[in-house]
Ligand binder design. Structure first.
Ligand SMILES: Cc1ncc(C[n+]2csc(CCOP(=O)(O)OP(=O)(O)O)c2C)c(N)n1
Ligand SMILES: [Mg+2]
Length: 330
């Protein structure tokens, strides 16, 4: 049943074949999200989902620089992180549909997907909540004396959460191997961050002495090369880092946010020109490492795998009623 992603580069230089695997991983995330949207609009998925379309280069660029035994923590917009760290399509869809074959036996749903085998400590419906978990993982790594790294993904909305700053303070004091990755998609729900976040985003980390930088989150080559440096630094005991990746969600805040009255179509069109898939396609084409026929074949193969995984999840059984109180701690 389980089709896992075996493309991890563990931070090595990428050649053409590996860039195409990274491209495939981004396509896999996009196709997964399109299918999740379709399951929602056809009333086959309970609840809502927050789509990662437009932001794929960040999850894939960061996770390609990690080993399987490294950790990530994720957000309410977490499908891309889970898949990039190695989650299987079929068990992901099963979780979205509340089926027993899902990563959390159907009890977590879209916003609470965790998978110990791939080092995914969990998506999280609490904005900023994963900062404490990732920092705790960093503490555990240090106490156990391994060279693992923890990557904490969060949105620009989490910059308003105190836990992030308490966590970064401790991580810097104790030189923990944690990389805080802010996916700055400009909005928290329906509000632009110019209305919610005072001062400098980078300055929020440099105030603690944490190494911080801002990058273009649409270009996977930039994300990956930065990730390699920061991961290597953290592995060697260099301590935490804070990375602000500029990006944009191409869809609404969640699948039900269709009209998006809080932002203009012109703004969306400008960002659509910076589609992370297109940026990688253009570079691979320009450098003659691949052409349109290669991209089309990858897209078709991924679509077939996604269709199969959706069918698996639709047909999979729900947990038995007797399971309702098992594995529930709160
Ligand atoms: C502690 C907390 N407060 C409020 C919410 C409601 N909420 C859900 S998503 C969201 C916006 C998050 O914005 P951001 O962190 O930028 O992530 P994005 O949705 O843009 O990826 C809010 C306020 C929540 N889930 N948790
Ligand atoms: Mg945001």
């Amino acid at each position: 049943m389980t089709e896992t992603n075996g493309t991890k580069r563990n931070g090595a230089e990428m050649d053409a074949e590996h860039w195409l695997q990274a491209y495939e991983q981004m396509v896999r995330i996009r196709s997964f999200e399109e299918a999740a949207n379709e399951l929602y609009t056809s009333a086959r998925m309970p609840g809502i989902a927050h789509l990662y379309i437009g932001e794929e280069a960040i999850a894939v660029g960061m996770c390609e620089a990690l080993r399987q035994d490294d950790y990530i923590t994720s957000t309410h917009r977490g499908h891309g992180h889970c898949l990039a760290k190695g989650a299987a399509l079929d068990r992901m869809f099963a979780e979205l549909l509340g089926k027993e074959a899902g990563y959390c036996r159907g009890k977590g749903g879209s916003m609470h997907i965790a998978d110990q085998e791939t080092g995914n400590l969990g998506a999280n419906g609490i904005v900023g909540g994963s900062a404490g978990i990732a920092t705790g993982a960093g503490m555990s790594i240090k106490l156990r004396g391994t060279d693992q790294v923890a990557v904490c993904f969060f949105g620009d909305g989490a910059l308003g959460q105190g836990l992030l700053y308490e966590s970064m303070n401790m991580a810097q004091l104790w030189k923990l191997p944690v990389i805080y990755v802010c996916e700055n998609n400009q909005y928290g729900e329906y509000t632009h961050n110019s209305k919610t976040a005072a001062g400098s985003m980078i300055g929020r980390a440099t105030g603690f002495g944490v190494h911080a930088q801002g990058i273009d989150g649409q270009d996977i080559r930039t994300v990956y090369s930065t990730a390699r440096l920061l991961v290597d630094r953290a592995r060697k005991g260099g301590g935490p880092a804070f990375l602000v990746c500029d990006t944009y969600r191409f869809r609404g805040h969640h699948v039900g946010d269709i009209d998006r009255p809080y932002r203009t179509r012109e703004e969306e069109e400008e960002w659509a020109k910076r589609d992370p898939l297109k940026i990688l396609e253009d570079w691979l084409t320009k450098t003659q490492q691949a052409d349109a026929s290669v991209f089309e074949r990858i897209q078709q193969d991924v679509q077939t795998a996604v269709d199969e995984a959706v069918n698996f999840a639709l047909e999979a059984p729900f947990p038995d009623e007797s399971e309702v109180e098992r594995h529930v701690y709160a």
